[in-house]
Design a protein around this ligand. Structure first.
Ligand code: ATP
Length: 294
């Protein structure tokens, strides 16, 4: 995971990966299986004071290939939003668009009432990428003390972040000597230093044992209880059940934007993995004669 936007993108890191082309592309057919209980797709409620993220008709290309095909969604304050989908479905690209480091082809992304990537959002939005962003030759504590200084926050925030991410046992170890899961937690701890209003976390539980996974989800719920909004991507379907809102993605489209209960009810199952597979199956079922003759 790499900390990109808590207190700004690290020096030397280019903003807005320029990988779009201006060539228009054909609009994809909306999946027939879309579940939209939270917000009807295509009609985000952008005016509500509690909308932290409003995405409208977002199209993104990467290396000239269309990756996001007209996504629209709204996220309300204090929610934990699970961003789920197979590898390559566009989760990271959507997250990058939300934190404002992705050039978009068309559409709009508003975060906390401002265009994504606005300077004013730098301290209000924290982004933890899949690649840990830590200095290997500094200890855990030194890493966090450094980021605290960059952000201009009190040193006590370092203790708080270490405690919240359960890094106390390794705080004096060099980051380079830690396991992948521990290094990821250092990145997460750095993201917590600034009390960001929106936390965008790309696969934060990868490489964690089941106990730590549960503890991390407890932390996410505490943060949401304190008013933060969290976008958490994951491949692990049972983690979806811990979220308030699910965004299920496939091939750059939203198969569902709904609560867990709605997704399960719409697919007639109790199991999130089966629900997701059902949605995929419905989305890929060829249209019937009846539908095409309309
Ligand atoms: N830098 C890049 N240049 C070109 N194409 C890219 C780049 N990064 C991602 N892509 C492509 O964009 C699509 C979406 O990728 P993205 O990383 O957003 O998916 P993802 O759902 O986050 O995948 P994963 O779960 O494996 O991280 C994929 O087809 C991927 O190959």
């Amino acid at each position: 995971m790499r900390l990109e936007a808590s207190g700004g993108v690290p020096p030397g890191r280019r903003l807005g990966h320029v990988d779009e082309s201006s060539t228009p592309h054909a609009r994809h057919r909306a999946p027939t299986a879309a579940v939209a209980a939270t917000t009807p797709r295509g009609t985000p409620e952008g005016d509500g004071a509690d909308s932290v993220i409003v995405v409208r008709d977002l199209h993104v290309r990467r290396a000239r290939t269309p990756v996001l095909h007209g996504l629209s969604l709204t996220v309300q304050r204090g929610r934990i939003v699970g961003l789920l989908g197979p590898s390559g479905s566009g989760k990271t690209t959507l997250m990058r668009s939300i934190v404002g480091v992705q050039v978009v082809q068309s559409g709009t992304v508003e975060v906390l009432g401002l265009p994504a990537g606005s300077r004013e959002l730098r301290r209000r939005v924290a982004y933890v990428t899949q690649q840990p962003s830590v200095y290997d030759d500094l200890t855990v504590r030194q890493n966090l003390a450094y980021f605290a200084r960059v952000l201009g926050v009190r040193r006590t925030k370092v203790d708080e972040a270490i405690a919240r991410t359960h890094l106390g046992d390794v705080e004096r170890r060099l980051a380079g000597s830690l396991s992948g899961g521990q290094r990821s937690r250092v990145s997460l701890a750095a993201a917590l230093l600034g009390d960001a209003e929106l936390l965008v976390l790309d696969e934060p539980t990868v490489g964690l044992d089941p106990v730590l996974r549960v503890e991390l989800w407890e932390l996410f719920h505490q943060l949401a209880g304190e008013g933060a909004t969290l976008i958490v991507s994951s491949h692990v379907m049972d983690e979806a059940k811990r979220c308030d809102q699910l965004l299920l993605m496939r091939n750059g489209e939203l198969l569902a934007d709904a609560s867990v209960a709605s997704v399960l009810a719409a697919t007639g199952t109790d199991d999130m993995e089966t629900a997701f597979l059902t949605l995929i199956e419905r989305a890929t079922t060829p249209m019937t004669d009846e539908e095409t003759s309309r």
